[in-house]
Design a protein. Structure first.
Length: 327
C-alpha cells in the first residue's frame, strides 16, 4: 500500500488557486516537480483565467469553470505534444493563474509639472493627481509581454510603468479637450472621461485595460492663479457703485494694517464714492447732440445774396454762405 501511495504522490490530480491577496496579478501553480495526471481536475474561479504553458510556449487558455483535463479540452497542448487521440498518461506543463478582477484605487500624480497649451495664457505648467483602476484585459498578451516566466507577480510590478504612461499622455489629453485653464476645476468629470478614452489605448499593448481614470486636483502656476483671482475680483466692476464700495472696503483693509493710515480712510472712501458716482452718472446720461452754430449778425448796411438770399454786408463781393460772386 505504501508503494502505491508513493507512486500516486508523484502526480497532480487537482489544480486550483485560492487567492487571498488584494494585489496578486499572476500566480504560477507550484507543481513541486510532479507531473499532471491526465484527467486531473482544474478549477478556475470567477475573475481568474488559467493558462497552460508547454516548454515556454503558451498553449491552452481556460476561462472560469471546472474542467477534467483531456485531449478534447487541451487541443493546443495535444498538438504541441503530438499526442494521439485517447492519450491517458501524465504530462509536464506549467499552469499560470491570471487574476482578471479590477484593481481599484491606484494612485497617480505628476512628479514634475507637465506642459499644456492654453488659448488665453499660452503654455502653462500644471500639476495634477488622482486615482485609476485597471485589469488584465488580454491574459495571453500580458503573460507574454509583461509577466514572462516568474512565479508570482503583484500590481507593484506594473503600476510604475502605468503611472509614467498615464502622466505622459495627460498633457496631450488636456490640450485636445480644448478646456481653458480657467475652467479646468469646473470640468474634472468631463476631463477625466476624456482622458480615460485617450489613455486607454496606450496600455492595451501590455494586455491591460484601463477601467477608470479620475482627476482629483489640477493646480496651476502661481501667476495663473493670481490672474484668475484678479479676474474674479474685477467681476464686480460691472456695477460701478459696487466697485466704489469694493474700493472703500479695500482702503479700510489697507488702513487697518497701517495704524498711521486711519486718518486717510475718510478721504479715500469719499474719493472712491465720488469717483464711482461720477462714472455712474456719466454712463447713465445720454450723449449731448452737437450744437448748431448761431447765425452771424451783421451791423451796418446790408444786402441780400443774389443766389441764396442770405443777408450779407453791402461791401461783400462774395457770399460767405454759398460763395456766389456778388454784382
Amino acid at each position: 500500500m505504501g508503494i502505491f501511495s508513493a507512486i500516486a504522490g508523484q502526480f497532480i490530480d487537482v489544480i486550483e488557486w485560492k487567492d487571498s491577496t488584494p494585489n496578486t496579478m499572476v500566480y504560477r501553480y507550484d507543481r513541486g516537480g510532479k507531473e499532471i495526471m491526465m484527467g486531473a481536475q482544474l478549477t478556475v474561479r470567477e475573475s481568474q483565467v488559467a493558462i497552460m504553458v508547454n516548454e515556454g510556449r503558451i498553449a491552452d487558455v481556460f476561462q472560469p469553470g471546472r474542467y477534467e483535463l483531456s485531449t478534447q479540452n487541451m487541443p493546443i497542448m495535444t498538438m504541441l505534444q503530438s499526442w494521439k487521440y485517447g492519450f491517458n498518461s501524465p504530462f509536464k506543463a506549467e499552469v499560470y493563474f491570471i487574476n482578471t478582477r479590477q484593481f481599484l484605487d491606484q494612485k497617480w500624480g505628476t512628479s514634475s509639472p507637465v506642459m499644456m497649451r492654453d488659448a488665453e495664457f499660452g503654455m502653462v505648467r500644471i500639476r495634477a493627481f488622482g486615482a485609476y483602476s485597471f485589469r488584465v484585459g488580454d491574459p495571453k498578451v500580458f503573460l507574454k509581454e509583461v509577466f514572462g516566466t516568474s512565479a508570482y507577480m503583484t500590481t507593484e510590478g506594473v503600476t510604475g510603468q502605468l503611472k509614467r504612461v498615464l502622466v505622459s499622455g495627460l498633457s496631450d489629453a488636456i490640450a485636445q479637450s480644448k478646456i481653458p485653464a480657467l475652467d479646468l476645476a469646473a470640468n474634472y468629470d468631463e476631463l477625466s472621461e476624456y482622458a480615460l478614452q485617450a489613455l486607454a489605448p496606450r496600455i492595451e499593448g501590455l494586455g491591460l485595460k484601463l477601467e477608470s481614470f479620475v482627476i482629483e486636483n489640477i493646480s496651476l502656476p502661481d501667476e495663473v492663479e493670481k490672474a484668475i483671482d484678479k479676474k474674479t475680483s474685477m467681476g464686480v466692476v460691472g456695477d460701478l457703485n459696487q466697485y466704489a464700495q469694493y474700493q472703500a472696503a479695500e482702503a479700510i483693509k489697507d488702513a487697518a494694517n497701517n495704524p498711521n493710515g486711519m486718518a486717510g480712510i475718510g478721504a479715500g472712501m469719499g474719493a472712491a464714492a465720488m469717483m464711482g458716482q461720477m462714472m455712474s452718472q456719466a454712463a447713465q446720461q445720454p450723449a449731448a447732440a452737437p450744437q448748431q452754430p448761431a447765425p452771424i449778425e451783421y451791423t451796418g448796411e446790408t444786402k441780400f445774396c443774389c443766389e441764396c438770399g442770405t443777408k450779407i454786408p453791402r461791401s461783400a463781393k462774395y457770399c460767405p454762405e454759398c460763395g456766389t460772386k456778388q454784382g
